[in-house]
Design a protein around this ligand. Structure first.
Ligand code: ZN
Length: 404
């Protein structure tokens, strides 16, 4: 008698997310990607499959088209999130490879043969709470780095901010990541940035922190990360639509970050996101806010040119999809920051889920190692833009012109 062992699928892992329809047949494991509660967003999946070593396996996500009603506007000419891509798969919890998938307009399916008893499958490599903790403690291994818990999430998790190069009279730089919890690329970006900021032999990083203060909000939506949500927090709101008048009950995370920025000031800010459809690393300034002017446009040009030189993974020439809206949505973080700090440079970053078109890597697509490398390259554009920032209380226009 042969004993047939049913494959096991579980999303009860950190940042896990999937629903099982029928996992009894390895040649057609039928799953569903759940939307965030109360929203149409379908994106994030992250689960473990076990018991299928050496067994040809096909995984099918059903009903995926329903999530496409929540696409961003002006995307008619772009591929949707399911086309020409596939999941990242890991069999050691550390290294990730890309498995190609097909999409027929309704179901998303991929096939592979596990080589170990346990395999993890995700939209992008997860960045679980333990990695946030690791970022925090690693930063604090440098006694010059300061920490402040600026608030707490709906479910009481800490909103952690670390400050490199703290000091008055210097330009104040900010990085915020993962207001959208499935956009884990921002966490890997910080790991790479840490490699340089914490290396005493790194001359550019050392000079950056001598000349500027850098505040980093390690995770803007820790509840969403822990719960495996795509874009919401635990109260079911999109934290990147709550910046104008945040409700302290529903968006305490945004209240905390706003208050920290208002008390410290902002000369430069990078809001790190990821986009399911774009095939590039995309950055854009808050160019439609009141008070945008030629000096601020020049800051962005300096920043963008320097990043493109520092990393070929940033390629200039990718326009805002459908054109940047004429009216700013001040409910979005980068626009609110750009409007509230009228001399600042506020930049939106979108890393890809799929890959970049200029230098693709078929085996992995965009992946943690590449996001880390991209984070390492961020030191250069931040250093380059410093002389051009209009620091509150100091007229830096002359210095800016002198620096070109
Ligand atoms: Zn986002």
């Amino acid at each position: 008698m042969t004993i047939k062992i049913a494959p096991r699928v579980t999303a009860q892992i950190p940042s896990g997310r999937i629903e099982v329809i029928d996992a009894s047949d390895p040649s057609a494991i039928r799953l569903r990607v759940p939307s965030d509660p109360g929203t149409p967003y379908i994106s994030w999946y992250n689960f473990r499959l076990s018991g299928l070593r050496g067994v040809p396996t096909t995984v099918i996500f059903e009903d995926t088209a329903s999530g496409l009603v929540a696409r961003h506007g002006n995307r008619a000419g772009y591929e949707d999130q399911w086309t020409n891509t596939g999941p990242l798969i890991s069999e050691d919890g550390a290294t990730w490879r890309r498995v190609p998938a097909s999409y027929d307009g309704e179901t998303f399916r991929f096939s592979f043969t596990p080589t170990r008893d346990v395999v993890q499958i995700a939209k992008f490599a997860p960045f679980g709470p333990e990695r946030d903790e690791a970022l925090l403690y690693r930063a604090l291994s440098n006694p010059g780095v300061r920490h402040r818990q600026i608030g707490q999430s709906v479910q009481g998790r800490p909103i952690d901010m670390v400050t490199f190069g703290a000091g008055r009279g210097k330009p104040v730089l900010w990085i915020v990541t993962r207001l959208h919890p499935s956009e884990t690329q921002g966490g890997f970006l910080l790991e790479g940035l840490w490699d340089r900021l914490l290396d005493p032999a790194d001359g550019a990083a050392r000079v950056l922190l001598e000349r500027a203060e850098l505040n980093v909000v390690i995770n803007g939506n820790p509840d969403g990360s822990a719960l495996g949500l795509s874009r919401s927090n635990a109260a079911g709101v999109n934290l990147n639509r709550m910046w104008e008048d945040p409700d302290p009950e529903k968006a305490p995370e945004v209240v905390a970050i706003r208050e920290a920025m208002l008390s410290r000031g902002v000369d430069f800010s990078l809001d790190a996101h990821a986009d399911q459809e774009l095939r590039c690393n995309f950055i854009w300034p808050s160019e439609n806010v009141p008070g945008w002017n030629a000096d601020r446009a020049h800051q962005f040009t300096v920043f963008e040119d320097a990043w493109a030189l520092a990393s070929p993974d940033y390629e200039k020439g990718h326009p805002y999809p459908g054109g940047c809206p004429k009216e700013p949505r001040l409910s979005m973080g980068w626009n609110w920051i750009g409007a509230t700090f009228p001399k600042s440079l506020s930049v939106l970053l979108e890393q890809p889920f799929k890959d970049i078109s200029s230098h693709p890597v078929a085996e992995t697509g965009w992946c943690p190692a590449r996001a880390r490398d991209f984070g390492r390259s961020l030191v250069t554009p931040m250093l380059a833009v410093l002389p051009h920032l209009a620091v509150e209380g100091a007229d830096r226009t002359a210095a800016c012109r002198a620096a070109g």
